[in-house]
Design a protein around this ligand. Sequence first.
Ligand SMILES: Nc1nc2c(ncn2[C@@H]2O[C@H](COP(=O)(O)OP(=O)(O)O)[C@@H](O)[C@H]2O)c(=O)[nH]1
Ligand SMILES: [Mg+2]
Length: 359
Amino acid sequence: MFDSLKKKLQNIRTKFASNIEEAAGAEQEPPVAQLPEGAETSEPAVQPESPAAEETVQEGRESPTFFEKVKVLVREREVLLQEKDVEEPLFELEMVLLENDVALPVTDEIIARMRSDLVGRHRKIGASVDDLVVSTLRSALCGVLGEGLDLRDFIEGHERPVKILFTGVNGTGKTTTVAKVGQYLQKNGFTVVIGAGDTFRAGAIEQIRTHADRLGIKTIQHQAGADPSAVLFDAVQYAKAHDIDVVLADTAGRFHNRANLMNQLDKIRRVMKPDLVVYVDEAVAGNDAVIRADEFNKAVGTDAVVLTKADMDPKGGAAISVAHTVGKPILFLGTGQGYDDIMPFEPRTVVNELLGDES
Ligand SMILES: Nc1nc2c(ncn2[C@@H]2O[C@H](COP(=O)(O)OP(=O)(O)O)[C@@H](O)[C@H]2O)c(=O)[nH]1
Ligand SMILES: [Mg+2]
């Protein structure tokens, strides 16, 4: 997932780090070179950090060890970066983001955040300059990814049955996502019914029915060609009668600019009264997915986004851009064709994945 972007970000990190190291070197002597002097003069310099360190100090040794002093000196290094110190890596970062399908306004936002975090401020450099770079990059990326949305919390906070409508264009993975979300919710202790609301495409009812049967989820279905609002109304009635927690509504693919299908969606919304309208698109579509999601939201409203096929997307641009562009959170990433291949979108985890970092 996002391998091309990950690799490029790794290179950019090195670039930033070497520029910052250079700027810091120009400002002050390297800390190790200062050590002999500092070691003699800074008497009570050490604040023990770990219980082990505290023990050693309490064991009667009055002055800190050589190693502890190095740590303190390194930790206290500070640098005041100027625009010229980061101009080049910032430009490279901008290019990398754009090449990897991050939308222009989102790229601008990330660069602006990085610049304001780095330039003209006294920044402490810890044991490694890379830590400073990573934390700045992490906070810029988290800034554009927003908060995310935990579906379990959403369901807990709403009256049952919670009605979730899945919509978007054809072939992006709506039906598969409905099945995956069904299993995810079952595993999290919720009961689920699926409404087979794609009555338009040949074979669509059988497709969702097959998934649901495999997962032991009840499907409410009508004949092919039936009015999808009637099917989904029935699914909601079924859930009410059987104390089901969640109704998942599959629908036919549609474009926001096709009037008849959009009118049909309007009717579905009026009849089913969804608590959550989820727009599904594929991460591999990059900027197209972001533009479609935005247009869809403007045309009919969207509460959250699922991006499928993230497993096939080396770039990650849509995943980075869509929440900021549409102003709605990403709910899940689809990460494969199996029912388990779904990942709740937790911005920090995704950023850690991008930065190849577990912390
Ligand atoms: N690799 C991959 N394929 C997916 C994912 N989600 C869906 N698909 C595949 O995309 C194709 C279209 O999926 P479908 O659910 O029928 O799309 P719909 O037309 O929007 O309902 C199917 O072959 C799915 O197996 C995903 O996250 N990763
Ligand atoms: Mg479908």
